[in-house]
Design a protein around this ligand. Structure first.
Ligand SMILES: Nc1ncnc2c1ncn2[C@@H]1O[C@H](COP(=O)(O)OP(=O)(O)OP(=O)(O)O)[C@@H](O)[C@H]1O
Length: 361
């Protein structure tokens, strides 16, 4: 099979990584997950930099790791491109010589390697800096040289670990756009580790979410953002997520009720039964300083736990006495009018029509 097919298990004292990932040729997959989830360990295992306890890593049909057969191709013979934060440029070589290095190591002759290195520096917009050594490059420029060095040998597998993390916000925006263009042209499989949901959404065709050493969700950025399956993913994409059990309304009535442990059940659109997730946007939560009049459904009484700015709005975390905590998004004016300070009593109301429901498990 072409592209990457991998299953790796790495066991440490207090941590086990056990994941399977497949990446098609030309596909860009972002690996996301909380700190310590095992993202870097996965990339390092694929690169041959981390001993694999059990598993197989196959690129374009060639086994690079196979613990059953005793195969462990050393990192420099894997013919893969890597941009890792600790895999720095050679300080004593010029930008052009850094890019040519990988080509030379792959058996390309000196003149051809120099020509192709220059061509790659052109492509990443650094033609004028070919003769400069890394010490005189900015962070963004060095990152582009590292990318050119990884891409120049036309690798069948490209691994990028937080390629934009070291850049300031403005450079990041620019380099992210360029990186996206370059990754679109890569014929091989690409895996990129990132903490940033925007990087993931911009760069990747598909996300693989890893938590505590295991894959917990995979899908296009849109699918994952619409239907998160874990607390971490929900927070990452800025949605409220509650787990519960649905039962459809009695015959002749629309909608369903979802029980959430001890909290009051929520009323949701559509007919659902069994274990479900319920998700909704913070902006779909209205807050009141007094119990709301009429008989709105889905009202939780609680208190303000914390507030933080979110763009032009204010995000308010509301803890409820018996149930879930929910995040609301209100205007700064509303936050002031409602006198929202930590500890203040508040009533949160979610419109049923704004709630998304999907099966768990
Ligand atoms: N060299 C090491 N020796 C022992 N344990 C390690 C080593 N490197 C990482 N770990 C542990 O392995 C687990 C996975 O770490 P890893 O760096 O792969 O996570 P990560 O998802 O990349 O995290 P981050 O987002 O913080 O970079 C963590 O529990 C970490 O403490």
């Amino acid at each position: 099979m072409s592209g990457l097919t991998a299953r790796v298990r790495v066991v440490r004292d207090h941590f086990t990584l056990d994941v399977a990932v497949d990446v098609a040729p030309g596909e860009v997959v972002a690996v996301v997950g909380p700190n310590g989830a095992g993202k870097s360990t996965l990339l390092r295992a694929l690169a041959g930099l981390e001993p694999v306890g059990a598993g197989r890593v196959v690129v374009d049909g060639v086994p690079l790791t196979d613990t059953d057969q005793g195969i462990a191709v050393p990192p420099h013979h894997r013919r893969i491109g890597v941009v890792f934060q600790d895999y720095l440029l050679f300080p004593h070589l010029t930008a052009a010589a850094n890019v040519a290095f990988g080509l030379r190591a792959g058996g390309v002759g000196r003149a051809e390697a120099t020509r192709r290195a220059q061509n790659w520096l052109d492509r990443v917009g650094l033609a004028d800096l070919a003769a400069v050594r890394p010490g005189r490059l900015s962070g963004g420029q060095a990152q582009r040289v590292a990318l050119a060095r990884a891409l120049a040998p036309d690798p069948r597998l490209l691994l990028l670990d937080e390629p934009l993390a070291a850049l300031d916000a403005r450079t990041r925006l620019q380099v992210r756009g360029e990186l996206r263009r370059h990754l679109r042209d890569v014929a091989g499989a690409t895996l990129v580790v990132t903490h940033d949901p925007v990087d993931a959404a911009v760069l990747a065709d598909r996300l693989v979410v890893i938590e505590d050493g295991a894959v917990v969700q995979t899908g296009t950025p849109g699918e994952v953002a619409r239907r998160p399956r874990t607390e971490y993913v929900a927070r990452l994409v800025g949605l409220n997520l509650l787990a519960g059990t649905a039962e459809p309304a009695p015959e002749g009535r629309s909608g369903s009720r979802v029980r959430l442990g001890t909290a009051a059940p929520v009323v949701v659109p559509g007919r659902h039964a069994g274990p479900v997730y319920v998700s909704f946007r913070p902006a779909a939560v209205a807050l009141y300083a007094e119990p709301p009049g009429g008989s709105p459904r889905n009202v939780w009484a609680g208190e303000v736990v914390g507030l933080e700015p979110a763009g032009e709005a204010v995000r308010v975390e509301v803890g409820t006495a018996q149930g879930p905590s929910v995040v609301a998004e209100v205007t700064p004016e509303a936050a002031a009018d409602l006198d929202l300070v930590p500890g203040a009593p508040v009533w949160a109301v979610v419109k049923a029509s704004e709630i998304e429901v999907y099966a768990r498990g």
